[in-house]
Design a protein around this ligand. Structure first.
Ligand code: SF4
Length: 93
């Protein structure tokens, strides 16, 4: 299921603040792979967030989270259910 090659980057934030994005990317990198979604799921989630009216400066106005941190975690769900948590017993794609 897991791979040491997971590359979930802070691409939304990178368009706003490169230094902050680099810090966010480091935080994401240090999260246990078991807890993270696979990169394609992550990109799918971030595409949804990028098109969402609640996203302002990389932060979700509905939950107050940096979407890149919220979206990388398997257990997290969008507050509006635009993307949902992945149950523990479901394998990566
Ligand atoms: S987490 Fe949900 S509500 Fe928040 S920006 Fe992303 S899609 Fe929109």
């Amino acid at each position: 299921m897991t791979s040491s090659l997971r590359e979930c980057k802070a691409c939304i934030m990178a368009k706003i603040d490169a230094e902050f994005a680099a810090n966010l990317e480091q935080k994401i990198k240090h999260i246990d792979d078991e807890l993270k979604v696979d990169p394609s799921t992550y990109q799918e989630r971030m595409s949804i967030c990028e098109g969402c009216e609640k996203l302002i400066q990389g932060i979700c106005r509905a939950c107050g989270c940096y979407v890149e941190l919220r979206g990388v975690m398997r257990r997290n769900t969008c507050p509006y259910n635009k993307w949902v948590a992945i149950p523990e017993d479901v394998e990566d794609r």
